[in-house]
Write a protein that binds this ligand. Structure first.
Ligand SMILES: C[S@@+](CC[C@H](N)C(=O)[O-])C[C@H]1O[C@@H](n2cnc3c(N)ncnc32)[C@H](O)[C@@H]1O
Length: 401
């Protein structure tokens, strides 16, 4: 059997193993990693190829899944065509769909060529929650591979770019955010001297824009109430600088331990970890980066499109209002409250903030000095995927009277 033929067989076998869970398992990427680990013969190139094919399948699941039963050969051809053209996929794509025209960039044009329904690639409920996501250009941006972005922890950019260039990892800065750098290669950037020296963090540009748009001045004591492993804690710590301090809290103690490791690698000495909050402590600022449906991250986690229901979004919104209300008690009079999600849904975003504001009359909306291209909502701003080619986010900046 040819190489392309045996790769097709392996790919279909991997899909068959994942299929029972892909409509229900929000932790599917762990299952994919386990499958790869069980296939001992896979090298890194194989993993890159099959990962891209599986993620493409998940991105366009309603188009591909029926074909798996009726015409698996066409299913693999369609997936090969829709997959990104990468060093790891090039030969496979050439073998399976080299006779088709180049794949267009818009979902609408892809659907027209394949005679599928463009709207089917999103769950039916999503356009009601975020109309822009259902149409170009955000629909297209949501169906691209996510870019790899770094947040620089140094002014010496050339130390990073020189090392990366030597590894054939080209980079590109962006005018919208001077401290961010895009890596234009499939690179494991954690295998670099610059990483070991704490010169950067991996953080999507959209995520970096949240605090940039909200605007955080040097100094002050901040609480990062849902800090997770500290992506935004580290950015907040760098914004408040040595005159300020950030205390990081989360219900996941393991995430806080990882945060400590990251803080020490980044040399951030103004971060403390708070496994439990002490009632009555007041902060100059509180960041609530709330747990959410994650619809803004669907390009990285396309399986979430099929495992998240409208009911779960409603439950997430109830939890978010509860957390925003709880953590608002830690803002000192005159202090700031920043609410953020990686959701596109207005239910989890402006509706939560509106409900909070109507119950908490001592908080009001504060307009940021620069929206940096973000889309104004009734309250706060959406960072839509197409604006800067990022994941989708939402933020609202409030002040306590
Ligand atoms: C969107 S993630 C935070 C991501 C993180 N801020 C970052 O930038 O990497 C939301 C976090 O909220 C945490 N969380 C959920 N419920 C919580 C609660 N009741 N109190 C504090 N944190 C909570 C989750 O464990 C999760 O780490």
């Amino acid at each position: 059997m040819s190489l392309a033929g045996s790769q097709q067989k392996i790919f279909l076998r991997l899909l068959a193993a994942l299929r029972p869970n892909w409509h229900s398992d929000a932790n599917l990427p762990a299952g994919i990693s386990e499958l790869f680990a069980a296939n001992r013969s896979f090298g890194s190139r194989d993993r890159r190829l099959y990962r891209e094919l599986i993620y493409t399948t998940l991105r366009y699941l309603p188009w591909v899944e029926p074909l798996l039963d009726t015409d698996p050969t066409r299913a693999t051809k369609v997936v090969a065509w829709l997959a990104a053209d990468l060093p790891a996929t090039r030969a496979y794509r050439m073998a399976h769909c080299g006779d088709w025209p180049d794949c267009p960039t818009t979902v609408e044009a892809k659907a027209a060529y394949l005679k599928f329904d463009a709207g089917a690639v999103l769950p039916a409920w999503l356009p009601r929650h975020c109309a822009e996501a259902g149409v170009a250009p955000n629909l297209d941006a949501l169906h691209q591979r996510a870019s790899l972005w770094l947040r620089l922890n140094t002014n010496d950019v050339t130390r990073i770019t020189t090392e990366f260039a030597a590894k054939a990892w080209p980079t590109r800065p962006t005018a919208v955010m001077p401290g961010a750098l895009e890596v234009l290669a499939e690179a494991d950037v954690t295998k670099s001297d610059a990483w070991a020296a704490g010169l950067f963090e991996v953080q999507d540009l959209g995520s970096q824009l949240i605090l940039a748009i909200a605007g955080v001045s040097p100094g002050g004591r901040w609480l990062d109430a849902c800090a997770g492993a500290g992506g935004k804690t580290l950015q907040l710590a760098s914004l408040v600088g040595s005159a300020g301090r950030v205390e990081a809290h989360d219900i996941r103690q393991a995430a806080l331990r990882e945060l400590e490791i990251r803080a020490s690698r980044a040399g951030a000495e103004n971060i403390g970890v708070l496994p439990a909050l002490s009632e009555g402590t007041l902060y100059d600022g509180v960041l609530v980066d709330a747990p959410c449906s994650g619809s803004g991250t669907w390009r990285r986690a396309p399986h979430l499109k099929w495992t998240t229901s409208a009911g779960q979004v409603t439950s997430a919104a109830e939890k978010q209002l509860e957390l925003l209300t709880k953590f608002s008690a830690f803002v000192r009079p005159g202090g700031r409250l920043i609410y953020a999600t990686c959701s596109l849904s207005r239910l989890e975003n402006e509706a939560v903030v509106e409900a909070f504001l109507s119950a908490s009359k001592n908080f009001s909306v504060e307009m940021p000095a620069k929206a940096m291209g973000a889309t104004p909502r009734s309250v706060g701003f959406a960072i839509l995927p197409a604006t800067h080619n990022t994941d989708g986010f939402y933020l609202a900046a409030l002040r306590k009277s």
